[in-house]
Design a protein around this ligand. Sequence first.
Ligand code: SAH
Ligand code: SF4
Ligand code: F3S
Length: 458
Amino acid sequence: MTTSPRRYHITTFGCQMNKADSERMAGILEDMGFEWSEDPNNAKVILYNTCTIRDNAEQKVYSYLGRQAKRKHEEPDLTLVVAGCVAQQEGEALLRRVPELDLVMGPQHANRLKELLEQVLDGNQVVATEPIQIVEDITKPRRDSTVSAWVNVIYGCNERCTYCVVPSVRGVEQSRTPEAIRAEMEELSHQGYKEITLLGQNIDAYGRDLPGVTKEGRHQHTLTDLLYYVHDVPGIERIRFATSHPRYFTERLIQACAELPKVCEHFHIPFQSGDNELLKAMARGYTHEKYRRIIDTIRRYMPDASITADAIVGFPGETEQQFENTLKLIEDISFDLVNTAAYSPRPGTPAAVWDQQLSEQVKSDRLQRINHLVSIQAAERSQRYFGRIEEVLVEDQNQKDPTQVMGRTRGNRLTFFKGSIAQLKGQIVQVKITEVRPFSLTGEPLAVLPLPPTPSQV
Ligand code: SAH
Ligand code: SF4
Ligand code: F3S
């Protein structure tokens, strides 16, 4: 295949924010006339959207970059871009490490890609990492899914968890206005999307930086208010949000989720540790008792809600007893899924320079033990679906079995069943669950739920 000068490729590392940024950057590139290439070797613009949450995430990009930097010696018209969190963290230093780079741009600059690339095409090597007011994007993102879409509601993070690099690479919290968020959701509905996940690193902080207070003295724009404001966008059938912070998670929010039928009963609330001393050292601002109370309240309103979380093992100074407190919390709560990670010291974060760093051996041993518990528990939690009828929003074909389609339950469990994607894409199907696995389900379709026509079909 010949390499067209107008082809681009993006590889995305990292979290949903990065994926959402990549979709917007892809939209900008297509607006500029570039065409997507799955294979980076057929592309003339290669963009790595990077993650630095842990050391292994950061190292991955250097090996990818090395290969393309070599290629650039034979193809000088290749444009190499590093975007995202490594770009922000390393800035100019990245150019010293990989002089072949054309553009280094932090996450706050994602929406400025066009203007930055134009500077590059004029022959400049560009670094864009200064903090800025994030501009609203005017182009349409090129989204991976045609059923489910992410919508950023707040950028950045003002917390200072002592292990975490995010505040220094994503900058201060910047909320989008409720009007801009609703307008994007209406646009998505017109394009046929059925499910929206509202995104923020600390989504409970939504609105704190927007003007306006209520008579009772609280911020006028909270995540709860936002849910009430957007829940009736016609054509959108499901709403999710992530990531929640236990410190700010309110009963008012839980009530709203229980009351609003489109908001799915799925909560992603990282706890990080089940030990109060460690939570304090992490500067998380809550105790394990408070975390348990939140989950109790959620289950009081929505007994079947699925609960997922993140946890870190091997934080500096973590004793065997403290680690066991984390296991205990998991045992007591019974999670649908816990994303686990061994602590990784990150440049510029307080915990990275503390004494009492644990050995890799201890960290990986604890990681294995926690993962074992998490998968046993996920399998147990899956059992409750057996024989039940679940509503599945169909997203795609099952890549491993084309006679099957795949989608998610309201609780976010991946579910497979026999059916044709051409007929079922974007439909909500009642499925009787006949097989359960720790992280996915299989079932038999019973009926397609009638949906109101999307606004574009009216
Ligand atoms: N904003 C979210 C999560 C952000 S990062 C929150 O407050 O929970 C995603 C996850 O990566 C975190 O929940 C944490 O479990 C993990 N993580 C962050 N920094 C880490 C580090 N230095 N080492 C290991 N895991 C880390
Ligand atoms: Fe990192 Fe803490 Fe902010 Fe989450 S809340 S992104 S863990 S600093
Ligand atoms: Fe990684 Fe940046 Fe997300 S560091 S986890 S891509 S905010």
